[in-house]
Design a protein around this ligand. Structure first.
Ligand code: M6R
Length: 419
């Protein structure tokens, strides 16, 4: 869409195997055999400035700083005045949603990590078992799919071939498919039973940023909606989580205001050979997302681990000076905070350079941090949306300092339309 909105906002969505003939006099849509067909007309509401860099050096950096408004847009109009959630394009009947006994989330790359974060929230709120699977692995293991399985396909572009093939397989087995997508009228939402659009606006940088945050928001809305329909939570509990979500744009802004600290860190760590990322619980997918950003933009060896896994092997990688980003869960979450702090002590004792992301006022975190990046105090399930921001900024800045093309990293495409 970014390619044509300079010229028109009126678009025509074509179905599978349709041909369009454009002449001076008009537009004709037919099937392959010439039989008349009809496309669906729609209006694109992205404005042109959304497809320009607005003074930033990269689209990616612009998109990182747009995240407060992207998150706000993803939340807009999702509840009625009396606080009930409403999802416009939820075309699956409530009665069917009540029957769902399993959710499988499919996606690739960053979208799959958004799904992994969502698993913690959706299971917690609905008590429906959630599996998360890389879309390209999904159909080849002959997954068990029934009419009671809800497959959630997350895709920013809506055109990722691996994810598309996964949903085709799921629908052939009679499962319902719900798409979480940023691109109006893309193939994946078109071929799904329902869609939640993320409304992030065009994401042009190859590295997904606002796509990730808004995918998490959409997944959370889905989880809360399911909880509402199935009466798994009380209305006031749902309203309280929605209020937490509505605080996020301001909290995201606060983290982005501190970008300078992350840029200095990138300067310091220029020349590092590898970087590790550790997290626990919902911070674990954040660690993997941080590593993915660095791989794709800085072409560096980077790995994300669940901190509990360290002692089962990865701790052997720790050597003096190795930078390790550690995402510390908020205090009060089971024993996880304390366990994460012990992991940081372990790696620091072996010479790692610890970059600790922890909520402000966390006294333990500062004691073992070579660099402490403070995050706003947010509920545990909201932390991924603020903790990932310094990791995005770090990858963008380091790659820039290394002289790489941040928006179009080597060997990558924005939308991977082949399997
Ligand atoms: O358009 P999609 O969300 O389906 O794309 C999925 C992945 O290809 C994408 O998230 C990729 O991993 C990004 N380049 C990560 O920054």
């Amino acid at each position: 869409m970014a390619a044509f909105i300079e010229h028109t906002r009126d678009a025509l969505e074509l179905g599978q195997d349709q041909v369009v003939t454009i002449t001076r006099d008009g537009v004709e849509v037919t099937g392959f055999d010439g039989s008349p067909a009809e496309g669906t007309r729609y209006h694109v509401d992205w404005d042109l400035s959304a497809a320009e860099k607005d003074g930033h050096d990269w689209f990616m950096r612009k998109e990182i700083f747009e995240q407060p408004s992207s998150v706000a847009a993803a939340l807009l109009g999702r509840h009625t005045e009396d606080g009930r959630l409403q999802l416009d394009e939820m075309r699956i009947e409530d009665s069917e949603l009540r029957e769902i006994d399993r959710i499988i989330v499919v996606g690739c790359g960053t979208a799959a990590y958004a799904g992994q974060v969502a698993k913690y929230a959706i299971e917690h709120w609905t008590r429906i078992p959630v599996e998360v699977e890389l879309a390209h692995e999904f159909r080849y293991r002959d997954p068990i799919l029934t009419r009671k399985t809800l497959v959630v396909a997350i895709s920013q572009s809506g055109e990722t071939a691996d994810t598309l093939m996964a949903i085709r397989h799921a629908r052939a087995q009679q499962s319902k498919v719900l798409a979480i997508c940023n691109t109006n009228g893309a193939t994946i939402p078109r071929e799904s039973d329902a869609v939640i659009y993320t409304h992030a606006g065009p994401e042009i940088g190859v590295a997904s940023t606002k796509g990730f945050l808004t995918q998490m928001v959409a997944c959370y809305l889905l989880g809360l909606y399911l909880a509402q329909v199935r009466r798994a939570m009380f209305g006031d509990e749902i309203a309280s989580v929605v209020r937490d979500l509505e605080q996020l744009p301001a909290q995201v802004t606060r983290v982005l205001d501190n970008a300078g600290q992350v840029y200095d860190l990138a300067e310091d760590l220029l020349g590092s050979k590898a970087v590790l990322f550790l997290g626990r619980h919902a911070g674990y997918p954040v660690a993997m997302e941080g590593a993915l950003k660095l791989k794709e933009l800085a072409y560096m060896h980077a790995e994300g681990f669940a901190a509990g896994e360290l002692k089962h092997g990865p701790i052997a990688l720790i050597e003096p000076g190795l930078p390790v980003f550690c995402v510390v869960p908020p205090r009060g979450r089971d024993q996880l905070h304390g366990k994460m702090i012990s992991a940081i002590q372990e790696i620091r004792a072996r010479g790692a350079r610890t970059i600790v992301l922890a909520e402000e006022g966390d006294p333990a975190a500062g004691d073992y941090a070579d660099t402490l990046i403070e995050l706003p105090k947010v509920p545990t399930l909201m932390q991924p949306l603020v903790a990932v921001l310094p990791l995005q900024l770090f990858a963008c800045e380091l790659a820039t300092k290394m002289g790489h093309d941040v928006d179009q990293p080597r060997n990558l495409a924005k939308s991977v339309t082949v399997e």
